[in-house]
Ligand binder design. Structure first.
Ligand SMILES: [Zn+2]
Length: 250
């Protein structure tokens, strides 16, 4: 079946309804049981139901909101509105994004162009499974990188992003309104963040490319870390990849 074009995205489903405390807790307990059974051993993080202040934890609210509409997309404004029902003045709600690659939940993002979200509304997230973790997620291992190593890695790159060259503390070349912050990018996202596996990446490059590619020691992409990336290649390249992989594995 041909994939739908961007203009054929589904309309948003509508706001998430406000849930009472008992209902929030019931959904959280279900998530907790699923997490215990399938996800804990894989290193997926379950946010606490409430924080130390006794108030609902923002990430838990986002997770419950997505779970209440499991398998279907929730737009970022819908998710924000849901979180703000319980947390007045919650700022920019990035939890939909963080829940996936960072915390490991199988949350797809249409903004990131995840496979399976082609007809979802713009900027939407969806929790599609509570038994499998996100494909881009690797258990966070102890960072073996010391502060001094990080300083010297940045210095090796002139305190610039290894991908776009934006200099730390100066306007970002990809988003000039923002100042460049250098973040610890992985050379190979399947391996832990040691000094030999770390590259400085600005916030823009790190956000866009994180977990997608494998880089050489100068930060040049040399391989794919997320299989879906191949679907963004020209169709002739995809067919050639299919041919090569068949020859390799059959
Ligand atoms: Zn950059």
């Amino acid at each position: 079946m041909p994939s739908r074009r961007r203009s054929e995205r589904r309309a948003p489903i509508g706001p998430l309804p406000r849930l009472g405390h008992d209902e929030l807790l019931r959904l959280y307990e279900e998530l907790k049981a699923e997490h215990k059974r399938h996800l804990e051993a894989k290193g997926v993080w379950l946010p606490p139901f409430t924080g130390r202040d006794g108030i609902y934890h923002q990430t838990a609210l986002a997770l419950i909101g997505l779970y209440s509409r499991k398998g279907l997309p929730v737009t970022k404004p819908e998710l924000e509105a849901f979180v703000r029902m319980y947390k007045d003045g919650a700022g920019d709600v990035q939890d939909g994004r963080h829940l996936s690659a960072q915390h490991g939940w199988r949350v797809l993002s249409s903004h990131r162009g995840d496979f399976g979200t082609e007809d979802w509304p713009k900027s939407s997230y969806g929790l599609i499974s509570t038994s499998e973790c996100h494909p881009g997620f690797r258990r966070q291992q102890e960072s073996e990188l010391t502060d001094n190593e990080w300083i010297s890695i940045k210095a090796n790159f002139g305190n610039c992003c290894s991908l776009c060259g934006s200099k730390e503390g100066e306007p970002n070349l990809r988003a000039p309104a923002a100042m460049t912050e250098l973040q610890k990018g992985h050379r190979d996202p399947s391996k832990s963040l040691t000094s030999s596996n770390c590259l400085p990446q600005c916030q823009e490059c790190n956000r866009t490319l994180q977990n997608r590619f494998i880089f050489d020691d100068r930060g040049r992409p040399k391989g794919i870390a997320l299989p879906e990336v191949i679907l963004q290649s020209p169709i002739d390249v995809q067919k050639e990849v299919l041919r090569i992989l068949k020859a390799q594995f059959e």
